[in-house]
Design a protein around this ligand. Structure first.
Ligand code: CA
Length: 365
């Protein structure tokens, strides 16, 4: 073969190969697209416990739905219904369990009446931070227990955001001693509410949107909500005394929970997309809370007095928490099991947390 002929043949050959390779890739992409799209379009109804497009939590779930749609090439549509459109804010659990709707976005601690153990999945007073909580769920056995126990209600839960550390709450009157707490009506959910009850507070559970009116009308004397970003938007700064820190919610977990039978009927692709979008949502929400809380703290009106609780408060709260955990463990085998798993991870995590996060926060600056 002459050199020129060789070059021509080689070039032609390479061209043919490249062309056929390219063609194959195109064909494969088309087939993949067909695979994702060939199932009929799925539309799910998701109700939340928040008002429409409520900042950070509500916009977070709006973005989650948008991402599911984008990532699925439009085959998975999650319709988000704000509270009270399909079901009242605190009935989303029951409605999803009964398959009246497909899913909900809410806070886990709202459901302690269903099973006391659920309050631990929502977060532990004076306990793990958001990142640590998520680590317990994913690596320390938390998810297994949560899914087992929610499974009994025909539910499949995913972490659907987390708040990071919260604030201790807004009080109309100053808290200078434990006796100032006695008889106060305070909106505070979960185990934190149980602790406050031991300190003489009357804890009340109110969803977002009903708290401001209750505070203004004097139905409650104090409220916690989340942190500077959301609290000042709700108008709570009228209570003037703003206490830190959110000892009762150091890392609260929100949930995107599906009707289990509905979840199991979803394709593996749609399940994977929902799982990925929920993780994206959780990370973004934590970052958004940090940024907006930091900014809102700088912008609080001058008349807001930011105060720490008296030291005796934390001593009493720790003692009360130990009592609450012991009582609930005696009353509920599920609570005891979840607490043991949580505490086992806590014990593993604490020495590392001490010499890493805690120490770095002390020495930086
Ligand atoms: Ca809160």
């Amino acid at each position: 073969m002459k050199r020129r002929d060789f070059i021509t043949t080689a070039v032609l050959g390479a061209g043919t190969l490249a062309f056929s390779g390219c063609h194959r890739a195109e064909k494969q992409t088309a087939e993949n697209t067909v695979n994702i799209n060939k199932g009929k379009k799925v539309t799910l109804k998701l109700a939340t416990s928040w008002p429409a497009h409520f900042p950070i939590m509500g916009t977070g779930v709006d973005t989650f739905a948008k991402r599911c749609f984008e990532l699925s090439g439009g085959t998975l549509e999650i319709k988000v219904y704000p509270k009270n459109i399909l079901v009242p804010a605190l009935q989303v659990f029951d409605a999803t369990s009964a398959a009246q709707i497909d899913a909900f976005h809410s806070g886990v601690y709202y459901w302690k009446g269903k099973n006391p153990a659920f309050s631990i999945f929502g977060g532990m007073p004076l306990g793990l931070l958001s990142e640590e909580m998520i680590t317990w769920f994913k690596f320390g056995g938390g998810y297994e227990l949560w899914r087992e126990m929610y499974g009994k209600f025909n539910l499949y839960p995913l972490i659907g955001g987390t708040t990071g550390p919260q604030m201790g709450g807004w009080f109309k009157k100053e808290i200078n001693s434990l006796s100032d707490l006695k008889g106060l009506k305070m909106r505070i959910p979960g185990l934190g509410g149980e602790v406050m009850k031991k300190l003489g507070v009357n804890p009340v559970l109110l969803p977002a949107g009903e708290i401001y009116t209750a505070l203004e009308r004097g139905t409650i004397d104090a409220t916690e909500w989340v942190g500077p970003a959301l609290d000042s938007m709700m108008g709570f700064d009228k209570a003037a005394h703003y206490y830190y820190t959110g000892w009762h919610e150091p890392g609260s977990i929100l949930e995107i929970t599906f009707n289990k039978a509905r979840w199991e009927k979803l394709s593996p692709e749609h399940q994977a997309i929902i799982t990925a979008a929920s993780e994206e949502m959780t990370g973004t929400m934590l970052q958004e809370f940090r940024y907006k809380n930091a900014k809102a703290l700088q912008e609080l009106p001058d008349y807001v007095q930011i105060k720490n609780f008296p030291p005796e408060f934390f001593t009493a709260a720790k003692k009360a928490l130990r009592e609450v955990l012991a009582e609930q463990s005696r009353e509920s085998a599920d609570f005891k099991r979840v607490l043991e798993s949580y505490q086992s991870f806590y014990a593993l995590n604490e020495p590392w947390s001490d010499i890493s996060t805690k120490h770095l926060l002390e020495i930086r600056n």
